[in-house]
Design a binder for this molecule. Structure first.
Ligand code: UPG
Length: 459
């Protein structure tokens, strides 16, 4: 049955103009899916990674840093939708501060770094078919952004969602767009090659790339890490952060027992009954930020060696064809994670960086934090922490999980968090302007639905 499924999926991709290499990559994963591979990485198969190198121990030669920066391109992953926050558009379009979105802040960070260093620093977004149009519209407002003939974005591939019952491409005539999905950010390697961008960057004299998520405003272009990376001669490096209890959605590196190689384990690869190991910040003390460094020459070499199929571990993502309708047909999305390439590159490495490099927005509580006065934007357009310890924020899941609900309830602005150790909101409330949280601030379901402007919520 599923041989027919694969043939139908391949045909559908060909008809849609998907490049052959991307179809080969999909077929590689399809075979694994058929064999029952789930991509799960049980705790007993790994050892914690406890002693990565630390940026604090690194000294660099400023002249070397300048040289590397001149050969550095910035790539930003922008193909995902903010579905876990109820969005059907790129999360990076959300306003963060002073009316500027993630996207605008990222662009302005790169423009500021160019002014400060004189480096060319091209910024290229990886978009999916769902995010391209909106993103290019925003980028068109920055006439100085393009560098030479390099494009502002490259498009990742698309693949059919597969019915979970028989692995055939799902049909959804009500909205045929929903029959497709991007293959996860692991597709970056295929897309860099199939779009021609990898060769274009190399031809224009760019040797290194700094890659990160568009929901992380912490990745201001950094000459010290660039110089460290180039100095290692490694093909690939991952930035890690000492993890906090709040770092739950994402991944960590580990050492695979069977061959001693460094591997990535993401949430979706952890057996459900072992999530307590995954989330234990003492057992796995460093979090994988998805800020990566590539030596583009070595990426091109490995892609050539493998005919464009990196062979990253499969992630089987179980969803419904319409993510907003949990009763719609159950599907599998075949995905892979960009950071899983650590196991593919011989000599790949990792480095522990300052927490300021990792400010992910995975939920509305993270959005509240980066919008609050716990941070300020400096002249580099970097979010600089204004408090010694960032307060933990917990918002009522029923009323604040979706961005639309969140925006309605904080239409006048988010509370001040400068004096807060934590903020917990239970029940449904609308916040007036200038609300201040202090200590362990808590709003309970019994508190008024309208929190008046200027209220001090004491802990
Ligand atoms: N993205 C794409 N294309 C896709 C899927 C996602 O460009 O097909 C983008 C997305 O827009 C976002 C980024 O990739 O900017 C990360 O995606 P997201 O779903 O938010 O993160 P996870 O995949 O859950 O986790 C990644 C890494 C994980 C790391 C975490 C840090 O896989 O190891 O801990 O990012 O936030």
């Amino acid at each position: 049955m599923s041989t027919e499924g694969l043939a139908a999926a391949q045909q559908k991709m060909t008809d849609a103009g998907v490049p052959q290499t991307a179809i080969d990559v999909f077929s590689h994963y399809y075979a694994q899916l058929e064999d029952g591979t789930t991509g799960s990485i049980p705790e007993e198969t790994i050892e914690p990674y406890l002693d990565p190198p630390k940026l604090d121990d690194v000294t660099i030669d400023p002249f070397a840093a300048k040289e590397v920066f001149d050969k550095l391109a910035i790539i930003n992953l922008n193909g995902g939708l903010g579905t876990s926050m109820g969005m059907d558009r790129a999360k990076s379009l959300l306003p963060v501060r002073d009316g500027k979105s993630f996207l605008e802040i990222i662009v302005e960070q790169v423009l500021a770094a160019r002014r400060a260093t004189g480096a060319r620093l091209p910024l290229v977004f990886m978009n999916s078919f769902r995010t391209r149009e909106d993103t290019l519209e925003v980028l068109s407002r920055y006439p100085d952004l393009p560098v030479g003939d390099l494009p502002l974005d490259f498009l990742q591939n698309k693949e059919p969602k597969l019915r979970a019952d028989d692995l055939t491409p799902v049909e959804h005539p009500a909205d045929p767009d929903l029959e497709w999905c991007p293959p996860g950010h692991g597709d970056i390697y295929t897309a860099l090659q199939t779009s021609g961008l990898l060769q274009q960057l190399l031809d224009a004299g760019f040797r290194y790339a700094s890659v990160s998520n568009s929901d992380n405003l912490g990745t201001v272009p950094n000459p010290v890490i660039a110089a460290w990376f180039a100095g290692t001669g490694a093909p690939y490096a991952a930035e890690l952060c000492r993890r906090t209890a709040a770092d739950r959605k994402g991944g960590h590196l580990a050492v695979r027992k069977s061959d001693g190689r460094l591997i990535l384990r993401d949430t979706a690869q952890t057996p459900e009954d072992q999530m307590h190991f995954f989330t234990d910040e003492h057992r796995h003390p460093f979090f994988h930020t998805n800020n990566l460094w590539f030596d583009l020459e070595q990426v091109a070499a490995i892609l050539a060696e493998r005919d464009g199929v990196m062979g990253l571990p499969l992630i089987r993502n179980e969803k419904t064809v319409d993510p907003a309708d949990k009763t719609s047909t159950k599907v599998y999305q075949i995905e892979s994670a960009m950071g899983a390439a650590i196991e593919v590159f011989d000599g790949a490495t990792a480095i522990v960086v300052d927490r300021s490099r990792f400010l992910p927005v995975k939920a509305t509580s993270d959005l509240l934090l980066v919008r609050s006065d716990a941070y300020e934007l400096d002249e580099r357009m970097a979010l600089v922490q204004q408090v010694e310890t960032v307060p933990g924020v917990s918002l009522d899941a029923e009323h604040y999980k979706l961005v639309g609900d969140f925006e309605e309830r904080f239409a006048e602005g988010v509370p001040s968090l400068r004096e807060a150790a934590s903020l917990t909101v239970e029940g449904d409330h609308r916040f007036g302007a200038g609300v201040v949280a202090t200590g362990d601030a808590r709003v309970t379901a019994d508190d008024p639905a309208e929190i008046p402007a200027g209220t001090v919520i004491g802990g």
